[in-house]
Structure formats: structure tokens, C-alpha cells
Design a protein around this ligand. Structure first.
Ligand SMILES: Nc1nc2c(ncn2[C@@H]2O[C@H](COP(=O)(O)OP(=O)(O)O)[C@@H](O)[C@H]2O)c(=O)[nH]1
Ligand SMILES: [Mg+2]
Length: 611
């Protein structure tokens, strides 16, 4: 089992020192950090707790100016160590980090009262009550408070034991078989090439995996993996991971990009979200305001559309649609923070509910109800509703990170890889029935509508149409006939033709084995091409060429003659058949060529034999 914990707290309160005390690793790795004695960017360390639990540790900067780095470090935390110097007590970034932890819903943590060596018992008592008050109502309310001194080492044993206990009671990160590695660091290592690090969630990675960089779509291969400086073949969710990537240069990657299996994670410029505005916010969250969105390890400018009302007041919750300046990788349920760029301050945070939403009208109760159903857990079912023309399983899963099993449990019409919301399927079925009925009444002599015509009438994509036809046929709503589509009850009715069909059959039947030219006979009978097609489809006539047709009986008779002659004399010539049928050369030749193309006979020089 492995977990990731992070630090939080005001600058100079002893976060980095605490990590060194726990792990022997100095998380301040940059030269500038060493020189200035302060954390600027994320630092990393690791620890094995007495129970054997492996812990990756992310150290964050406390300085207000580097809060964006702090936010990148809070992604994927199982627990947090909020460090508060006992001599200073609760300071501005103590509160801000606590608010961020609360908005991101990090529910487990310990509060370390550091620099114990600098205070007396009485002062410690005062600070303790101040800290407890600050935690009230946050996700760390009731978290253990552990006094600690990096100078004397006091409290270290208790802290380690408390962390161990806390993590042993923590469920390991879910493995959804949909690995996501939001990148927090990119560098090159000589002899290895491009290396990225991050906190892995939602699935495991293996050496050799092909991964897509979202957004952007570049594909890279995992050449090597490390966890806590050890080479591993597989990295599991809930761990700090360094991945050596082949096929991508350092400058093609950046913090905020996410590695995922190809085509399993989407990029988006619009999200629907539920958001809570901080009680302490200096202003309401107003419709139209431009803010900074932080999610995963990414940061992007966004504009807020408040869906209900004009503002969301401090302390209140509401629905928003966020328009992002550029696409980011995101999935439903991901947490995020909204910050005012200047003067820099956290204002709100929440959870994405839909990462591929339509543009919404404001104050629309239908939109709100759909979002509420999503927030209540019906994510996939709601997602499906967005596709009135159906969606493939993989496309549906992509926006939600839901596992394949959830797709199987949907209330939906499923045909192969295509899923249809039941209401949408009903609408498609009704539309198809209506279009075919209209077509049949306009063309009573036609067997059915061309497939492509029905597809365009339904307005569905070519990719889904075969599945739709299959589904409609399976439901008994349509029938496929000779490549055209019809209502199952449709019959070509020749009484609609004003008697021309009967007249034509009569003309062809006068001298059945020596039929007149079809164009001439049709003209005389007044039979339209429709009528000819209908007669042929019904099998009343057999057209052997454009201008030659036999009645059904005459065709069968002449076919029998052909077989007979060939079986008597081994082959047949045009002249032999012409004499036998008593016809002119023209229909006889057309008949034999038709039989060649029907693969009944085969031409050999001047004669024909049976195939
Ligand atoms: N006396 C005392 N000083 C400490 C303790 N922990 C950290 N410090 C000092 O406080 C300063 C800031 O510590 P640092 O770990 O960089 O704080 P951070 O900004 O929260 O990471 C450094 O000079 C440390 O040596 C402690 O327990 N006791
Ligand atoms: Mg530090």
C-alpha cells in the first residue's frame, strides 16, 4: 500500500524542516531555495512507516506568491500535514491553505504545532485553542494536534505513529483502470532523456505503456518507472511516480499536462461545476468574472457563468459553467480551486460535474435538474442524455472516467459499441417509422427507401447508422429488403398503377418466349419505370437486359431449355437456343448473357456450358 501526503501552512513555519526530520531528505532541491532558505516550488521525499506503509511526501511553498505551486502539489493527496509554528500561531497562509484543503475535500490530516522548543506550556495552550478554532467546520476539524520540535526531536515518534494509524485506516486509492498522471515536474536526465513526475491516480502504469499527453494528443512510451527512487515495473495509484518517457522532448511537456492511456481522457474548454464560495471571500462570485482555475496540476484562466442568479455570495454554493482560456485535461468529479488573479486570493472551489457540457441558457431549471442528478451520482446516465443520436461506449466513458462496468449497468439501448438513451432511441425509432411511412405512400410501387436516404433523414452519422438499422430491425420496426429499408408491413401494391402492370404482363405473355422490346411494350402498356421495378422486385418479370424481360414462367421455361440442351449436347449456342425458343437473336443473346452474369452458364469461345 502506498499513499501520498502533503504539507501545508504559512511560510517559515517549519514544513520543509519537518520533512527532513522525518525522512532525512531535504525537499528544497533548487539552488535558489537553498540560497534564500525558502521553498519556492514543490519538493518531494518519501518514508516507510513502521507498519510498512510507503508514503510519498509533497512539500509545498508557504509564501503567498507561490500559491500556484502549492495548488499543483495538493493534487491527489491522501492526507495533509498542516504545519503551524507554535510561536506564531495561525497566520494568513495557514488559513488560506486550510481553506484550499477544505475546498479540495482532503479529509484526513494532522496538525503539527512546530517549533515547540520556542514556546512555553502556557503559550502552547493558547495557540492550541486558536488552532482548534481555526479548524472548526473545515475538513480537518478534529484532526490530531501534535506538538513537535525539529531541534529537540520531541513529538516525532508521536507524529510517525499518528500518520501510520491514520493511513492504515485509509482506503487505498481506487483503481479504475484509467490511470492519470497529472504532471508536476518535467526534466531531462542525461542518459535517460525526458522524465516527468506526478501523483498517480485512478489506475496503474506499466513500463512499456503507450500514453497520450492531454491536451495535445502526443503519444509517448513509458521507458522506465520509479517510485521513491526505486525502479519498478508497475506503479500503482496513490503513489508518487517518476516516468522516463520515450518519444517526447522535455519542451513538449509542461506542468498541468496529464498522461493517460490513449483516447481515455478528454481535453475541454468548458465545464459545468458545483462551487462553494469561501465564507471569508472578500467578494461574491459574480457572473462574468475572470478568475484562475486550478485543477490537478494545471492552472488556466477562466470566465464564470453563474447559472442561477447573478452572484454566489460568500459561504454559499451554486452551479456555474466555466469557460477556459485553453483546453485542459479534466474528468467529472475532479476538484478545483478558483482564485482572483489580483490581488491574489482564493475565492471558491468545487467539483466538476460535466466536462463536456453544452452551452447553457441561464436560469434554466432543466439544466439545473440535470446537474443535480449528475451531482447525485447519475453521471453516466446524464452524460448519455446529451447524445440524442447515440454515442459509442468509449466516447461516453472518456468524459466521465467511469469504468466499463458502469456502462453495462446503464438504462439504455445498446447495439454493439453504440449506446442510446431510451428516450433518444424512441425518438429515432418513431422518426424512422414516420419517414418510411411517408416514403411508402409517395412511392407505393417501391420496395423501400435507400439506406443513405433514411440515414440523412434521421440526421445520424454514418458510423452509427449500421447499428441503428440493426437495432430497428431487431425491434421489428423496419425490414431490410434488397438493400433498401421498409416498414415490415409494407407490400408493393400494383393496383395503384392504373392497370399498366397487368397490361404489360399481358403483352409480354402473348408470345412469352419471344417477348417484344421492353421499352416498346412498356410504352404501349403505359407502365412507368416504377411499375417495371415493382414487377421485377415481386418476381413477376425477370429483366435480362435493359430492354428485354421475360415473364416469370417464360424465364423458367427457357432456363429449363438451356439446361436440357447442354445436358443433351454438352454445350449450347445462340443459334441452338434461338431455334428452340422460336425467338429472334436479340432476346436470346440477352438471356444467355444474363445467365453468364448469374453464373449459371459460362462462355467458352462460341458456345456456353454449365458452370
Ligand atoms: N527552533 C526551531 N526552528 C525551526 C524548527 N523548524 C524549523 N525551524 C526553522 O524555521 C525556519 C523555517 O523553516 P522551514 O522548514 O524552511 O519552513 P517552511 O517555510 O515552512 O518550509 C528555518 O530557519 C528552520 O531552521 C523547530 O522545530 N524549531
Ligand atoms: Mg519550505
Amino acid at each position: 500500500m502506498s499513499f501520498v501526503i502533503g504539507t501545508a501552512g504559512h511560510i517559515d513555519h517549519g514544513k520543509s524542516t519537518l520533512i527532513t526530520a522525518l525522512t532525512g531528505i531535504d525537499p528544497d532541491r533548487l539552488a535558489e531555495e537553498k540560497r534564500r532558505g525558502m521553498t519556492i516550488d514543490l519538493g518531494f521525499a518519501h518514508l516507510r512507516l513502521p507498519s510498512g506503509v510507503e508514503v510519498g511526501i509533497v512539500d509545498v511553498p508557504g509564501h503567498a506568491r507561490f500559491i500556484r505551486n502549492m495548488l499543483a502539489g495538493t493534487h491527489g493527496l491522501d492526507a495533509v500535514m498542516l504545519v503551524i509554528a507554535a510561536d506564531e500561531g495561525v497566520m494568513p497562509q495557514t488559513r488560506e491553505h486550510l481553506e484550499i484543503i477544505d475546498l479540495l475535500d482532503v479529509r484526513r490530516g494532522v496538525v503539527v504545532l512546530s517549533k515547540l522548543d520556542l514556546v512555553d506550556a502556557e503559550w502552547l495552550g493558547l495557540v492550541t485553542s486558536e488552532v482548534k478554532a481555526a479548524l472548526k467546520g473545515t475538513s480537518l476539524d478534529g484532526a490530531p494536534l501534535i506538538p513537535f520540535s525539529a531541534v529537540s526531536g520531541e513529538g516525532k515518534g508521536e507524529l510517525v505513529a499518528t500518520l501510520d494509524e491514520l493511513l492504515q485506516a485509509t482506503a487505498s486509492r481506487p483503481d479504475l483502470d484509467r490511470p492519470r498522471l497529472p504532471i508536476d515536474r518535467v526534466f531531462t536526465m542525461s542518459g535517460f532523456g525526458t522524465v516527468v513526475t506526478g501523483t498517480l491516480v485512478d489506475g496503474s502504469l506499466d513500463v512499456g505503456d503507450e500514453l497520450e499527453i492531454v491536451p495535445g494528443g502526443r503519444v509517448a512510451r513509458v521507458r522506465g518507472l520509479q517510485q521513491h527512487n526505486r525502479n519498478v515495473e508497475t506503479a500503482s495509484p496513490g503513489s508518487r511516480v517518476a516516468a522516463n518517457l520515450a518519444g517526447v522532448e522535455k519542451d513538449e511537456l509542461a506542468r498541468g499536462d496529464v498522461l493517460a492511456r490513449p483516447k481515455t481522457l478528454g481535453a475541454t474548454r468548458r465545464v459545468d461545476a458545483t462551487v462553494r464560495v469561501l465564507e471569508s471571500a472578500s467578494q461574491s462570485l459574480a457572473h462574468g468574472v475572470e478568475l484562475l482555475l486550478h485543477t490537478g496540476t494545471s492552472e488556466v484562466g477562466c470566465r464564470v457563468m453563474v447559472l442561477d442568479g447573478d452572484v454566489i455570495a460568500p459561504g454559499r454554493q451554486g452551479w456555474v459553467q466555466l469557460y477556459l482560456e485553453r483546453p485542459i485535461a479534466a474528468a467529472a468529479q475532479d476538484r478545483f480551486i478558483l482564485r482572483i488573479p489580483s490581488p491574489s486570493a482564493t475565492i471558491a472551489g468545487g467539483r466538476f460535474v460535466d466536462v463536456q457540457p453544452r452551452k447553457h441558457a441561464r436560469h434554466d431549471s432543466v439544466v439545473r435538474e440535470s446537474l443535480e442528478r449528475r451531482a447525485a451520482g447519475e453521471v453516466l446516465q446524464e452524460e448519455l442524455r446529451k447524445y440524442p443520436r447515440g454515442v459509442t461506449v468509449s466516447a461516453l466513458l472518456k468524459a466521465t472516467l467511469a469504468p466499463e462496468a458502469d456502462a453495462a449497468a446503464l438504462t439504455a439501448r445498446r447495439i454493439g459499441e453504440w449506446l442510446f438513451d431510451l428516450g433518444a432511441w424512441q425518438a429515432i425509432s418513431d422518426r424512422a417509422t414516420m419517414e418510411l411511412a411517408t416514403y411508402h405512400s409517395a412511392h407505393p410501387l417501391r420496395e423501400g427507401m435507400a439506406r443513405e436516404e433514411l440515414r440523412s433523414k434521421l440526421g445520424v452519422a454514418p458510423a452509427s447508422f449500421a447499428s441503428i438499422v440493426q437495432g430497428l430491425a431487431g425491434d421489428g420496426r423496419i425490414a431490410e429488403r434488397d438493400g433498401s429499408l421498409a416498414l415490415p408491413g409494407h407490400r408493393v401494391e400494383l393496383h395503384e398503377d392504373g392497370g399498366s402492370a397487368a397490361a404489360l404482363l399481358e403483352l409480354l405473355g402473348r408470345q412469352p418466349l419471344a417477348p417484344p422490346s421492353l421499352s416498346e411494350a412498356s410504352r404501349q402498356a403505359g407502365a412507368s419505370p416504377e411499375v417495371l421495378r415493382a414487377l421485377a422486385q415481386r418476381g413477376d418479370i425477370v429483366r435480362v437486359s435493359d430492354d428485354v424481360a421475360f415473364t416469370k414462367d417464360a424465364y423458367e421455361t427457357s432456363l429449363a431449355m438451356v439446361r436440357e440442351i447442354i445436358s443433351d449436347s454438352g454445350s449450347i449456342t445462340v443459334a441452338q437456343l434461338r431455334d428452340r425458343m422460336g425467338a429472334s437473336r436479340r432476346p436470346v443473346l440477352a438471356l444467355l448473357e444474363h445467365l453468364d452474369s448469374e453464373r449459371v452458364t459460362r462462355r467458352v469461345g462460341d458456345v456456353r456450358v454449365l458452370r
